[in-house]
Design a protein around this ligand. Structure first.
Ligand SMILES: C[S@@+](CC[C@H](N)C(=O)[O-])C[C@H]1O[C@@H](n2cnc3c(N)ncnc32)[C@H](O)[C@@H]1O
Length: 239
């Protein structure tokens, strides 16, 4: 069982998504568990204040350290060295390879920010800081859900057929090539003969080549970091 501990001021945003579809099924099947903790519940003042004005002036409100530290310290983590992630646009861009690494852990903790973000001292609790892209959202809940979703589907048993998460984009450093389903012909557009042939060796070869072609066209930066075979190299030189 892989546990996600999510520290958020808006737990319902996390739970409504995580009770639905594949992540929801993963929870029901006991493969994953998503738990939420609201720092507002750990405030000791009458107003349950989780934010305050920034020192030095400036717009917006900053998340206060006390409720976030208290929340974190109240979580019953299995291990003191399990990953603790802060979602921030200033973090390392999240990649599939990080999801693969995190899926091997049995738990992780995620901090969702809001308003103008965290008091700098909250960052000391984190082992990593991730961004989901070069844009600023209102809160860390969508970014946390991105991580929960990307990691959950790599936890064995969450996605029906494990092969479907092994063969897809980024898993081997390439984008996935074109996919087709029935009918074989639709409005004059015909499914390539080779993938209807039943010849598994030829199908695997075609898939590899189409993945190489698509990646070279759309993400040449990914090709540059791959360890390619002689056959791959020759194919790429000819397209
Ligand atoms: C409005 S943002 C704060 C941005 C902060 N003032 C800054 O300039 O870095 C509020 C929260 O949303 C989350 N967030 C926003 N954009 C994000 C992104 N691209 N990746 C990860 N988290 C993000 C973070 O948790 C952040 O603390």
């Amino acid at each position: 069982m892989h546990i996600f501990h999510v520290i958020t001021l808006f737990p319902q945003l996390i739970s409504s998504y995580c009770e639905t579809s594949i992540v929801g099924r993963g929870q029901k099947a006991g493969k994953i568990e998503v738990k939420t903790y609201n720092p507002r519940d750990f405030c000791t003042d009458n107003y349950r204040r989780v934010d305050d004005t920034p020192y030095g002036g400036g717009a917006g409100m900053v998340l206060k350290p006390e409720p976030f530290y208290k929340t974190f310290e109240a979580i019953e983590r299995r291990r003191q060295d399990s990953p603790v992630i802060i979602m921030t646009p200033q973090g390392v861009p999240f990649k599939h390879k990080f999801a693969q690494e995190l899926a091997h852990e049995d738990e992780l903790t995620i901090f969702c920010g809001h308003y103008e973000g965290f008091d700098e001292r909250i960052r000391k609790l984190a082992s990593e800081e991730y961004s989901i892209g070069d844009y600023v959202l209102t809160g860390g809940e969508l970014p946390a859900l991105v991580i929960i979703d990307a990691v959950s589907r790599l936890v064995p048993g969450v996605v029906g057929k494990n092969a479907s998460v092994v063969d897809e984009s980024f898993a081997d450093g390439l984008l996935e090539g074109p996919q087709y389903t029935k009918p074989a012909e639709f409005r004059g557009m015909v499914v390539p003969e080779v993938i209807r042939s039943g010849d598994h060796k030829e199908i695997a070869r075609w898939r590899r080549q189409e993945a190489l072609r698509r990646t070279a066209q759309r993400r040449p930066d990914l090709i540059a970091s791959l360890d390619l075979s002689e056959e791959d190299r020759k194919f790429l030189a000819d397209i």
